[in-house]
Design a protein around this ligand. Sequence first.
Ligand SMILES: CC(C)(COP(=O)(O)OP(=O)(O)OC[C@H]1O[C@@H](n2cnc3c(N)ncnc32)[C@H](O)[C@@H]1OP(=O)(O)O)[C@@H](O)C(=O)NCCC(=O)NCCS
Length: 341
Amino acid sequence: MTHFDIVRVDPSDHGLVQSWLDAQESVEEHDFQGLSPWRPLGPLVGLVVPDPDNRREQWAAVCDGEVLGYLTLVLSDRDNTHLANFSAGVRPGSRRRGIGSALLRHAEERAAADGRTTVSTWLAVPHESAPDVRGDGGPFLIDNGYKRSLEAAVRMCDLDAVDEDELDRVWDAAWAKADGFELVSFHGVPPEHVIEGMAYLNARMYTDMPLGDWDLQEGRITADTLRLWERQRLQKGQLNLQTAVVHRESGEVAGFTEIQVTAGNERDCHQGNTIVDPRFRGHRLGTILKIANQRRLRSMRPWMRRVWTGNAESNSQMISINEAVGYRLAGHETVFQKKLA
Ligand SMILES: CC(C)(COP(=O)(O)OP(=O)(O)OC[C@H]1O[C@@H](n2cnc3c(N)ncnc32)[C@H](O)[C@@H]1OP(=O)(O)O)[C@@H](O)C(=O)NCCC(=O)NCCS
């Protein structure tokens, strides 16, 4: 039995921070090969830049000054205050010695003490499309009383492999059904004439996407939230490329999509939300939004190579749009969830 202590990661303890990053990297390399590559800058920035929406607790299981395992616990204060999300990992050479269980217990105790009744984690799991992803986490979570609550497919768009002529055809066919709509592309704070509509759709996003049994509830997002998020992105060095579509006659925002470019990762980026308001569906707006934003990424970040996205397995409409614009299956993720109450 290895002796270890679970301690809060102190950003001013450089040796601890270095070992904490190293432990994460070793888990990523061992367990999640072939998926979106891990970069240290994200966790590092998260350690020192406070997030007004979420309390983010970073914990480490430490033995003789070395971090053997880590736990990130996220407690949202904006909405979903019944829920706590976490991720955890143990160095490959230190497994099956009770460290993972201790970190999980710690997460559940902290969550319960904060009044949370559900804990959940997104985890990449083995799948034929991702042969190098290992499967230690699933059985571990099931043994600890977690249930699979949402199945999601990971897709990746290799921007250099996209058939741009085919994309032109898809684009033209889509616009033939989208008379009366126009695009607004931006990064930074959304322009004033779309910001209220963007806030409404961002909140809708929480519950409009298929959620399986995952206990996510409605978001509380206003125009001020979007302004705040943008200030935070600036602090973190993140770029959020967005395209919205506006219904010309009513001036209403019919939908939007976003691609997130994180600092320190100029080869891989992530698709964020995409939503079309149910009142405006059936005009191929989802396809138009995704092509427009993808092409914008191409022109603003010509060296960017891959865009990653995840969709609930049951979200067949979004998946068929993604396939049409160049995304291909690259892995599988599951939300594991446990009710504490
Ligand atoms: C999942 C993980 C955190 C477990 O860490 P760990 O320190 O090995 O876990 P523990 O030693 O506390 O395991 C406790 C029990 O969980 C179960 N378990 C753990 N790993 C397992 C595996 N690969 N297969 C089947 N059961 C497993 C066993 O019942 C184990 O008890 P045992 O060793 O007496 O059989 C670790 O494998 C890991 O870091 N995986 C990659 C990241 C990840 O999947 N995180 C999941 C949580 S977000």
